[in-house]
Design a protein around this ligand. Structure first.
Ligand code: NI
Length: 170
């Protein structure tokens, strides 16, 4: 297990479309997940996508009980989501602040769908199928964007709503 380097915005590897995982469970995926959780915890993140540590695979992790970066948000269950599929349940947009471990020190106001259904498998191959809303939906949408090479600043409508985190807020 190891804390890995998190790629930062501007690194072209963050712009690639990640590849589906063909077989789970797999020892190589289990090893990668250990590194992902170690890296996310070290950075105090609420989510991490495999491409952020240079692995172009459709794997995201997320979840927290209490987080210093988002102190007002409700807990999200600790989740491994492989080969995710997302369906918008309520496309009404909510605007809220996001940060990203690949865009350190910054925050932005990002529109996201209010409610989604997400499906996929975990590291044992067990099905995940959840309907979620609010911050939980936001985290999943943010992490899954990484799998398609999208970083949250690309979704900000007005770049005046993007800046250094100590200056941004509601
Ligand atoms: Ni991110």
């Amino acid at each position: 297990m190891a804390i890995r380097e998190i790629l930062r915005m501007g690194d072209r590897r963050l712009q690639q479309i990640a590849q589906p995982v063909s077989v789970v469970p797999a020892a190589a995926i289990d090893d990668l997940l250990i590194d992902m959780f170690d890296t996310m915890a070290d950075a105090d993140g609420v989510g991490l996508a495999a491409p952020q540590i240079g692995e172009s695979l459709r794997i995201v992790i997320f979840g927290f009980d209490q987080n210093n970066r988002y102190p007002d948000e409700l807990a999200v269950p600790k989740t491994v989501l492989i080969n995710p599929r997302i369906e918008v349940i309520d496309g009404a947009e909510e605007l809220d602040w996001e940060g990203c471990l690949s865009v350190p020190g910054m925050r932005g106001l990002v529109p996201r769908s209010r409610a989604i259904r997400y499906q996929g498998v975990d590291q044992t191959g067990a099905t995940i199928d959840r309907m979620v809303s609010g911050f939980h939906a936001r985290v999943v949408l943010h992490e899954c964007d990484h799998l398609d090479g999208v970083l949250y600043p690309q979704r900000i409508r007005d770049l005046r709503d993007f800046g250094f985190e100590e200056l941004m807020g509601d």
